[in-house]
Design a protein around this ligand. Structure first.
Ligand code: HEM
Ligand code: MG
Length: 285
């Protein structure tokens, strides 16, 4: 972690007065990474909120009330949205009828944790929950603009899937995982970006992943508008659309008619351009 020493310094300065509940931490000023006996997991945001004391710093006994309040206080998530997310997380606790989970329970592979994460290695290769700079550098390669666009977030996801499928003989990525994974790549947009434009601030997003710290010192602040289920649904649809690698044909993009009779036609500038025959490459249309 690039800025670890800087944050560790803050932590040491503040350790004596570390808050005990998320209410005390509302100024975002406290931060200390998990230490011996503290639980952390594969979710960079849940780890971040525990590091900031919005969640219990030990990462244990996360109840509906605790998680709902933390996400509302820190990120302005509407409680009704967090409650849905909390319900989805409860199976991570193997106890029957559990009403809470610990952050390390999220580590179990193929319950919620999955292959091809942006910043963690696949379970097949070893540790599936601690931040991995090499993996994250691969994802970051696709974030070529600031702000990062929806297509670029998708590109990093698809690239990690490809990398994983090519090298991991146990690669698994069902449609359920795909939905979950899309929820993860849209998360930076609602926390650090512009949910109308479907973009996210690159500096804030990279800092968050690499440090598990909220980028207050870089100018970020809690989103002014609440994050709702509707926001998340809309963004998920945008990202689902951006996942296809198909585009309209050139003629559709240019608004010209396709034809099955010839191989070329003149475009509006008088240049010849290729036109598809009626059948595909091997005669299969
Ligand atoms: C009830 C609350 C939450 C739970 C139980 C949860 C759980 C998880 C789990 C299990 C993963 C690991 C999936 C994997 O990559 O294998 C994950 C990843 C992720 N989560 Fe969360 N999460 C929660 C809330 C949030 C919030 C509020 C945000 C940000 C706004 C967030 C951002 C992310 C991101 C960006 C990843 C992808 C990490 C990567 O691909 O390396 N999560 N989360
Ligand atoms: Mg994973």
């Amino acid at each position: 972690m690039r800025s670890f020493a800087f944050f560790a310094g803050i932590a040491i300065a503040q350790a004596a007065s570390a808050p005990t509940s998320s209410e005390d931490a509302s100024a975002y000023s406290y931060w200390q990474p998990g230490g011996p006996g503290d639980f952390r997991g594969p979710c960079p945001m849940m780890n971040t909120l525990a590091n900031h004391y919005f969640l219990p710093h030990d990462g244990k006994n996360l109840t509906r009330e605790v998680v709902t309040k933390a996400l509302q206080d820190a990120l302005h998530f509407e409680p009704s949205l967090t409650e849905i997310m909390f319900e989805q997380a409860l199976p991570a606790n193997p106890l029957p009828n559990a009403t809470w989970f610990d952050l390390n329970q999220l580590n179990v592979h193929a319950v919620l944790e999955h292959d091809a994460s942006l910043s963690r290695s696949d379970a097949y290769f070893g540790n599936n929950h601690v931040f991995n700079q090499t993996v994250f550098d691969e994802s970051k390669k696709y974030w070529i603009d600031d702000p990062i666009t929806a297509d670029q977030l998708t590109n990093s996801k698809v690239a990690r899937q490809l990398q994983s499928r090519a090298g991991n003989p146990t690669y698994n990525f069902s449609s359920t995982v795909d939905n979950f994974s899309r929820g993860e790549i849209l998360a930076p947009i609602v926390a650090f970006g512009d949910k109308v434009a479907a973009t996210t601030n690159r500096t804030f997003t990279v800092h968050f992943f690499e440090n598990e710290h909220l980028p207050i010192h870089l100018g970020w602040h809690r989103p002014t508008d609440p994050v709702t289920l509707e926001d998340v649904t809309k963004l998920s649809e945008i990202l689902a659309k951006s996942q296809t690698l198909l585009t309209d044909s050139v003629s559709e993009q240019q608004g010209t008619q396709n034809t099955t009779h010839g191989e070329t036609e003149e475009d509006t500038c008088g240049k010849k351009k290729m036109i598809r025959r009626g059948v595909g490459h091997f005669g299969i249309s």
